[in-house]
Write a protein that binds this ligand. Structure first.
Ligand SMILES: NC(=O)C1=CN([C@@H]2O[C@H](COP(=O)(O)OP(=O)(O)OC[C@H]3O[C@@H](n4cnc5c(N)ncnc54)[C@H](O)[C@@H]3O)[C@@H](O)[C@H]2O)C=CC1
Ligand SMILES: Nc1nc(O)c(N)c(N[C@@H]2O[C@H](COP(=O)(O)O)[C@@H](O)[C@H]2O)n1
Length: 292
């Protein structure tokens, strides 16, 4: 993880050209985000720094409809997201997002490995939370193609013990060839689904050497992490707000209702230490979750 890496050079010392989709995020903007970035020493024992980040519309939607991808971030806030990716050891998404988006999950910031930098320096590890083994990861998955091209790392897929037997061999081999793998985390069956404790997910990643995780979504993941019992696991929140309303039927960030000891309805979560950073037509809101 680094912000400004030296450009890769060939044997004659000439800088190699960066790919055309390389992004740039100016140092002045990088400095504004600094208080919310992972910075050692991490005070939480056996847990990584966790940044919860996503782009939302004005009606709290992540996408127009389930199973579809919607581009909300403008060019500057997109570059901000890639700067954040460069500052974390891993990016985590839920399997709903992996299936809907077929995402790249790499970092395309100038100076990062594959984009002007050396090797895979600055490239985060993609992590997909897939307890039931639903993601058909194969040689055509974007994240796999990019790992093959040296523009990203092979993904780790977090799954439940029960699902291991049903995982297709091809997926296992495809992951293995790019340095990816399946990781088993304890789970319990709730309504026919395998539910994991977020603490277990993060501590398993920490045991595997991951010291910072950027959680990108989607709604199932974000709404779960915004539940009060998980608030202490989240260190920073960075939300891109795009100036658009997506309308009814979108996939929305709206965590479960919360009640106090008297049974009175209270807000589910709130941010403190808030900073707003305008980036193009979007605004990026940074903060920390108030302890409940
Ligand atoms: N605008 C943005 O920044 C982003 C938008 N999206 C959008 O969000 C949508 C996908 O959202 P969702 O359908 O809600 O899917 P999701 O990506 O949140 O995945 C949900 C799945 O994750 C797993 N999961 C979540 N919490 C778990 C837990 N505690 N234990 C075990 N498994 C757990 C389950 O399998 C669950 O079905 C897509 O339309 C995508 O484009 C996704 C990421 C960012
Ligand atoms: N920051 C942000 N803005 C948006 O408008 C988005 N739709 C997302 N989605 C997240 O980014 C992933 C796609 O990115 P790449 O394919 O890696 O470029 C997607 O899977 C979501 O996690 N994010």
């Amino acid at each position: 993880m680094s912000s400004l890496l030296p450009a890769a050079t060939d044997t004659t010392g000439t800088p190699s050209p960066a790919p055309r989709d390389t992004l740039h995020f100016p140092p002045t903007h990088q400095a504004q985000l600094a208080p919310y970035l992972p910075s050692p020493p991490n005070t939480k024992p056996s847990l990584p720094h966790v940044t919860l980040t996503f782009a939302t519309s004005l009606d709290s939607a992540l996408s127009l409809a389930p199973g579809t991808q919607t581009f909300l971030s403008g060019p500057q806030s997109k570059a901000m997201t890639h700067f954040l990716r460069s500052q974390h050891a891993a990016i985590l998404i839920g399997v709903g997002t992996a299936i809907a988006d077929d995402p790249s999950l790499n970092c395309r910031l100038e100076g990062v490995g594959g984009f002007g930098g050396e090797g895979l320096e600055g490239q985060p590890r993609p992590v997909v939370l897939d307890p039931m083994g639903r993601w058909d990861v194969n040689g055509e998955s974007k994240v796999i193609r990019l790992a093959r091209e040296g523009k990203g790392r092979g993904p780790w897929v977090v799954t439940a013990e029960k699902s291991v037997g049903g995982l297709v061999v091809e997926g296992r081999e495809v992951l293995g060839r790019t340095g990816g793998r399946y990781i088993v985390v304890p789970s319990t069956e709730v309504g026919g689904r395998e539910a994991m404790e977020w603490r277990d997910v993060f501590s398993t990643l920490h045991d595997l050497g991951i010291r910072s995780v950027m959680v990108e979504g989607g709604a199932g993941v974000i709404n779960g992490l915004l539940e009060p019992r998980n608030a202490e696991l989240v260190d920073s929140v960075v939300v891109t707000v795009a100036p658009t309303w997506l309308g009814e039927g979108g996939v929305v960030v709206s965590p479960p209702k919360r009640f106090d000891q008297d049974g009175k309805r209270v807000p589910t979560a709130r941010l403190k230490d808030v900073r707003w950073i305008p980036l193009g037509e979007d605004v990026v809101m940074c903060g920390r979750l108030l302890a409940s």
